[in-house]
Design a binder for this molecule. Sequence first.
Ligand SMILES: C[C@](O)(CO)[C@H](O)COP(=O)(O)OP(=O)(O)OC[C@H]1O[C@@H](n2ccc(N)nc2=O)[C@H](O)[C@@H]1O
Ligand SMILES: Nc1ncnc2c1ncn2[C@@H]1O[C@H](COP(=O)(O)OP(=O)(O)OP(=O)(O)O)[C@@H](O)[C@H]1O
Length: 298
Amino acid sequence: MSVTVRVPAKVNVQLAVGAARPDGFHDLANVFLAVGLYDEVTVSPADELRITCEGPDAAQVPLDRTNLAARAALALAGRHGIEPAVHLHIAKDIPVAGGMAGGSADGAGALLACDRLWGTGASQAELLDICAELGSDVPFSLLGGAALGVGRGERLTALEVGGTFHWVFAMAGRGLSTPAVFREFDRLAEGRDIPEPVASAELLRALAKGDADALAAAVSNDLQPAALSLFPELADTLDAGRGAGALATLVSGSGPTTAFLARDTESAEKVAETLRASGTCRSVRTAAGPVAGATVLS
Ligand SMILES: C[C@](O)(CO)[C@H](O)COP(=O)(O)OP(=O)(O)OC[C@H]1O[C@@H](n2ccc(N)nc2=O)[C@H](O)[C@@H]1O
Ligand SMILES: Nc1ncnc2c1ncn2[C@@H]1O[C@H](COP(=O)(O)OP(=O)(O)OP(=O)(O)O)[C@@H](O)[C@H]1O
């Protein structure tokens, strides 16, 4: 018997970052949108905990106990006194170290899959609790849809979205480390007053209405200057997407994936084609959101 769970990637339509906290994390107002690019995690009984991974970026995924999928299985097993003897297989389509919460998706997926396989019967609240222990983005990977994350991004409030938004994502030639991008944010912020992060009312209204033009006017990412400082070539990708008629261009989370909002599927395809021909990125995908969070397929 095996259980397969499908988990979406995310784009941050607003990422407001506060000053560094004593614990090294930053308070955020983090507006997440789940988009239709997915990893699948399959769990089946085995002699001992084992991880395999397939997909274009599989070589960059750790196959030891540092993998978030393994950490999720160990955390659930530990709480319920279960032997974590499972094979976790990750079919990876979300770019690695791309700012789209790929590792977090695998953590949330493995957690839900193990819960079903073992019949743990954990409540949604317990699962979200474990997710928050695994990483700031992991609770949203479980929940999906759209949500505002506060604290370090793990305390979620689901948001109403009045329509579907069409996106183009440009994957970069290399990854960016999330801690390094936050450190660069701190360096760039030195000597400046950092305001408390707050969600933009205009942005929440745009989401609720499903209004792409209003959303385009309201998107923001406080980590973007830091990502561009560490990866200046991203400016060329953003320029190429803007030139192709994207309604809005931004770095996704800590980057280096860049995100382009389009009016509809057709214009998304146009932006994607121009980006592919621009030679400023490794690959290009289109995806719409919001979509459901971690979902059991079998
Ligand atoms: C950039 C985002 O992807 C936006 O959604 C997230 O804030 C990052 O979430 P994540 O990858 O799940 O991050 P975590 O695994 O919790 O933390 C990795 C590292 O990122 C930095 N970090 C993360 C979240 C946060 N609110 N403040 C931080 O400073 C810390 O250096 C931390 O050690
Ligand atoms: N299941 C996993 N898939 C990918 N990377 C993993 C996984 N588990 C652990 N990692 C490690 O985490 C690092 C960050 O990978 P990930 O793909 O989650 O980055 P990200 O998408 O930028 O994250 P986020 O958007 O949440 O900041 C990788 O370089 C890898 O070493």
